[in-house]
Write a new protein. Structure first.
Length: 273
């Protein structure tokens, strides 16, 4: 039997389909466990990450949050003892599949580390080098992309007259924004940040936070942070990890104002961690 919908009903169905499409995660882990030999660092974690949102991963040192983050762009592949169970679904593809092109994946899912790690090159070539790796070699195109990336990282105005100086002459905060610019040059969809401002002074930290909130307009961002105030200020959702397990995940306001779990409340109130 075929049901024929009137126009009003058709509009309702289309609206529901549109809403469903909008809320579908761009990335999600499904029953993800990560082990180093016999040691299970992450246990059975299922988490969705919505497009154009910031998710903060919080928890005490050694709880598995950085291991979880690094696995999303396969950084743990270089560790011989590392193994995975479960799935990481990115745009309907399990990126833990052995046939995945990891280099191409890291172009889609970029990562910035705790300590700034600029190349021993000029500011310009820190970004151009990465672009040349993907066979972008025309000088005019490189110049445009370098400017665009530095602009997107809120760094262009500070370095536009210093592009051929060593990146090591930049301050720590500027170096970190340069590393972010280098990642943005690859046009990723997802940006992974592993405590990107923990080694910076308060002024540089504030600039990084302001930048992250602006980048949400274009990217899905997952950030590991030990700074509870930072998580509360910039994230839309927060996930609390403890002993390799996901203890609680919810909207950030809910986590910080009315957590459902006593361990979450104890951690964010500073009673341990």
């Amino acid at each position: 039997m075929v049901t024929v919908l009137n126009r009003a009903e058709q509009k309702t169905v289309k609206r529901k389909q549109k809403i469903t499409k909008q809320i579908k995660p761009i990335l999600q882990t499904q029953n993800l466990s990560i082990s180093y030999g016999e040691n299970k660092a992450v246990q059975d974690v299922s988490l969705p990450f919505s497009k154009n949102s910031i998710t903060a991963l919080i928890g005490p040192s050694g709880c598995g949050k950085s291991t979880f983050l690094r696995t999303i762009n396969r950084m743990n592949d270089i560790i011989p003892s590392a193994s995975y169970e479960g799935e990481i679904i990115y745009e309907d593809v399990n990126i833990l599949d052995k046939n995945i092109d990891v280099i191409a994946l890291r172009k889609e899912i970029g990562m910035v580390f705790q300590k700034p790690n600029p190349f021993a090159k000029s500011i310009y070539n820190n970004i151009a080098h990465a672009l040349r790796f993907y066979n972008i070699k025309k000088k005019t195109v490189l110049a445009e992309l370098v400017e665009e990336s530095l602009t997107n990282a809120a760094l262009w105005d500070e370095v536009k007259d210093r592009l051929h100086e060593s990146a090591y002459q930049l301050s720590g905060g500027q170096q970190q924004r340069l590393c972010i610019a280098r990642t943005l040059a690859m046009k990723p969809n997802v940006l992974l940040l592993d405590e990107p401002s923990s080694a910076l002074d308060p002024v540089s930290n504030a600039k990084i936070e302001e930048l992250i909130m602006k980048l949400k307009e274009k990217y899905t961002i997952i950030i590991v942070t030990h700074n509870m105030q930072q998580a509360a200020r910039i994230s839309d959702q927060t996930a609390f990890f403890l002993n390799g397990k996901l203890i609680e995940y919810d909207k950030t306001d809910k986590i910080f104002l009315n957590p459902a779990n006593k361990e979450t409340e104890a951690y964010i109130s500073g009673r341990f961690g």
